[in-house]
Design a protein around this ligand. Structure first.
Ligand code: 13P
Length: 268
């Protein structure tokens, strides 16, 4: 059953407590948002611990991030531009979660994307997790650098900063953050033990096929690589270079669209 606005605000507080209690954020860090409709979005307020919120803390903004509702001194998250860019580019997304979980953030700080195929759940849920190049928090730098990954993934690391996940609803976006962190933790620990044993192409393709059969929503290399690189070529299969999600593919699409438009205009 669909939740009303108050219930969604309460869920945002519950998720805030969970994120805080699990150590996925420190102090006042992290933020999340939920889409109510095309012009109304709920978001956490800036500068408060997301572990101690009550529903009246939650702010409401429009599609441009302008404040529609904010009680007392509460103001929308300083990262609202990053959230709004996800909604703008991905109309299928209903919620966005930003946190600084320690293992995933350590990979983001070391500049190492999560691309090694090491356990079935991570391959099925995430495929691989690229790193969006560093941008100054609260500016348009983060959304601008994030943009090229948005059509292809549902989770990214933010270089030298943290992690960002999105999905159909808040619980799903939060659970994706848990999956990213668990994957990063296992990868880190396996590296400490001498390096993980990776799945081969065939094993990866079988896991991708399971994901396709499950009909899970969202974007994932299992679907992406089939579209762009041909059957059976996943990001993992191409050794995690994730080049199929790189800007060159996106730019090429833009160039083709632009040239087609010009040719059609000349033919009129
Ligand atoms: P806000 O409190 O403004 O949402 O910022 C927290 C944060 O983690 C910024 O990256």
């Amino acid at each position: 059953m669909a939740m009303n606005e108050y219930e969604i605000k309460k869920l945002m507080c519950d998720i805030g407590k969970r994120v805080y209690d699990r150590g996925m954020v420190a102090a006042n860090d992290g933020n999340f948002s939920v889409k109510l409709n095309d012009n109304e979005f709920l978001c956490t307020p800036t500068g408060v611990s997301k572990g101690f919120m009550t529903p009246e803390y939650i702010c409401k903004v429009d599609a441009k991030g302008n404040v529609l509702q904010a009680n007392g001194n509460f103001r929308p998250s300083s990262e609202i531009k990053m959230h709004m860019r996800v909604y703008e580019k991905r109309p299928d997304v209903g919620a966005v979660v930003h946190a600084h979980p320690s293992f995933a953030t350590s990979f983001a700080i070391a500049g190492i994307p999560l691309t090694q195929p090491i356990m079935p759940e991570a391959v099925i849920a995430l495929g691989c997790v690229p790193i969006a190049e560093y941008g100054t928090p609260s500016t348009n730098e983060i959304p601008d650098r994030l943009e090229k990954y948005l059509p292809y993934y549902d989770a990214v690391l933010l270089e030298s900063h943290g992690a960002l996940t999105w999905s159909t609803d808040l619980l799903a976006a939060y659970l994706k953050m848990e999956s990213v962190e668990f994957y990063a933790e296992l990868l880190y620990k396996a590296k400490m033990l001498g390096g993980p044993k990776e799945f081969d192409k065939e094993q990866i393709e079988k896991l991708y096929e399971i994901r396709r059969k499950m009909g899970l929503p969202g974007k994932h290399p299992a679907n992406l690589c089939k579209e762009i690189n041909g059957e059976g070529k996943g990001c993992h299969a191409c050794k995690g270079s994730c080049s199929c999600g790189s800007s060159s593919d996106v730019d090429l699409e833009k160039v083709v669209a632009e040239v087609t438009k010009k040719i059609l205009a000349q033919m009129k």
